[in-house]
Ligand binder design. Structure first.
Ligand code: ADP
Ligand code: MG
Ligand code: ZN
Length: 466
């Protein structure tokens, strides 16, 4: 009988707060090692944690976005383990009363078609650990990341293969990003997933699972689930047993190897965190967070679709909150959805975020071009220059005299001149060769230094020859 794969994910996301979860150190990524630290986040004796209220707000926002129940009475707990990335020798987390429970995320059902729900078991708040660097026989530690706020989002084992696991994580990423609570930069570790996998024959109870930690790309998540399921099936078919263990997934080879068996795993000796009192989250507070919820990806998609954008454009605009919000702000000025979307998916995305695009500047250029004040080519040139210098587009256009020539007699004279100089092309055009017409338009544009509308010239040439 065929096997089915069962998978549940624990996703960690770093929150976009300015300061850490229990002190006022910055959460900025990078920086000199151990420069974003104080006595609290390095666990000096006698220091006390103070909860960053923003973390609470973001956790509630996340719970609302993921259709969860919000817990009215929450506590923090200590998870004890000894490892040098954790200066206090315990992590402040939530075990008994997590802030959100019982939610779901909708994904495509890859087996039965249609949609399915991946249930969220819980979301809890915790602090990130520092980072160890092993080199030259020495071990160094950097505590800049210690105390950065995390949400851990724990799914039920409702995922049936690697494709669904990757889609679930992509959905989460989109929702968290549009909620404004995380930048979800996977390459910087602000979104990472622990993947739990087991297999069973249909109708059997859940099989023994293995876990692969800290996967930080959709591809790694997909491959890890599918290759681990294959490994387990092969084991069972050859009469062996799956051992519950943590395995390290190697992205290069696409396979995993055992790190430690669960029996040897740490006993965390959880107990309630005595330094942080329990917190009451009132229904009024939840309602106020709900009333300020940003628009979520599904709502945005619907809105963009009603503006007449293609699915392709919608997908690109929703790939990053940066593009979606630039689109909306620019659109407010231009009122031209399609053209604005094209500019963003074309010129703006080609910049790969190297420059920050201001909506009013982009809108000004779009309007100059759409109102036929400048040609599309001139608009592109203006964009690539102003984006670097910050010059006002109208100033740039004036300074380089890029305005389209509206002087009818100059256009007429130029067309007449070019026609007289190129009898052969004219002859070819009358014989029906479109290439010849393009050539004549090109010659006129060149004579006018590209500052005329090609359509107007084309019409003028046809009028003159016929
Ligand atoms: P732990 O406390 O050891 O982390 P949990 O019960 O919290 O274990 O589960 C962790 C994750 O593993 C959850 O996402 C859950 O859905 C998933 N999971 C639990 N049992 C299985 C199983 N048999 N097969 C696959 N995933 C599982
Ligand atoms: Mg767990
Ligand atoms: Zn600190």
């Amino acid at each position: 009988m065929a096997f089915e794969t069962v998978c549940g994910l624990e996703v960690h996301t770093e929150l976009l707060t300015k300061t850490k979860i229990f002190c006022s150190c910055t959460t900025a990524f990078g920086g000199e090692p151990n420069s974003h630290c104080c006595e609290v986040c390095t666990g000096m004796p006698g220091t006390l944690p103070v909860l960053n209220e923003r973390v609470l707000e973001y956790a509630v926002r996340c719970g609302i976005a993921l259709n969860c129940e919000i817990t009215n009475y929450i506590k923090f707990d200590r998870k004890n383990y000894f490892y040098p990335d954790l200066p206090k020798a315990y992590q402040i987390s939530q075990l008994y009363l997590p802030i959100c429970t019982n939610g779901y995320v909708e994904i495509n059902d890859s087996i039965n078609g249609g949609k399915k729900r991946v249930r969220i078991h819980e979301i809890h708040m915790e602090e990130d650990a520092g980072k160890l660097i092993h080199s030259d026989g020495k071990s160094l530690v950097n505590y800049n990341r210690a105390g950065v706020p995390l949400l851990e989002i724990v799914s039920e084992p409702d995922i049936s293969n690697g494709t669904e696991a990757a889609e679930y994580t992509e959905k989460l990423r989109e929702i968290l990003m549009f909620c404004g609570i995380s930048d979800c930069k996977m390459q910087e570790g602000s979104l990472r997933a622990d993947v739990n996998v087991s297999v069973r024959r249909a109708g059997e109870k859940l099989g023994t699972r293995t876990e692969m930690k800290n996967l930080s790309s959709f591809r790694a998540i997909k491959t890890a689930v599918d290759s681990e399921a294959e490994r387990q099936i092969a084991l069972i078919e050859s009469g062996e047993k799956v051992v519950q263990q943590t395995r390290r997934f190697d992205e290069k080879s696409g396979s995993s190897y055992s790190m430690r068996n669960k029996e040897e795993a740490n006993d965390y000796k959880y107990f309630p965190e005595p330094d942080i009192p329990p917190i009451v989250i009132s229904n009024e507070y939840i309602a106020s967070v709900r009333s300020k919820m940003p628009e979520l990806p599904d709502e945005k998609r619907k809105k963009y679709s009603s503006l007449g954008l293609s699915n392709y454009d919608i997908q690109l605009l929703c790939s990053d909150i940066y593009y979606a919000s630039l689109f909306e702000k620019t659109l407010k000025i231009t009122a031209l959805p399609k053209v604005t979307a094209n500019w963003i998916t074309g010129e703006v995305m080609a910049l790969h975020r190297k420059y920050d695009v201001k909506p009013d500047m982009l809108a000004e250029i779009i309007l100059l071009s759409e109102n036929k004040k400048i040609t599309r080519e001139a608009a592109k040139e203006t964009f690539s220059s102003c984006i670097i210098t910050g010059e006002l587009p109208t100033d740039y256009v004036k300074r380089n005299s890029l305005e389209i020539i509206k002087d009818e007699s100059l256009i007429k004279n130029t067309v007449t001149g070019i026609i007289n100089e190129n009898p052969k092309a004219v002859e070819e055009f009358t014989q029906g060769k479109d290439k010849a017409l393009n050539f004549l338009v090109g010659q006129c544009m060149r004579a006018l230094k590209g500052k005329a509308s090609a359509e107007e010239i084309r019409a003028e040439i046809i009028k003159a020859i016929r």
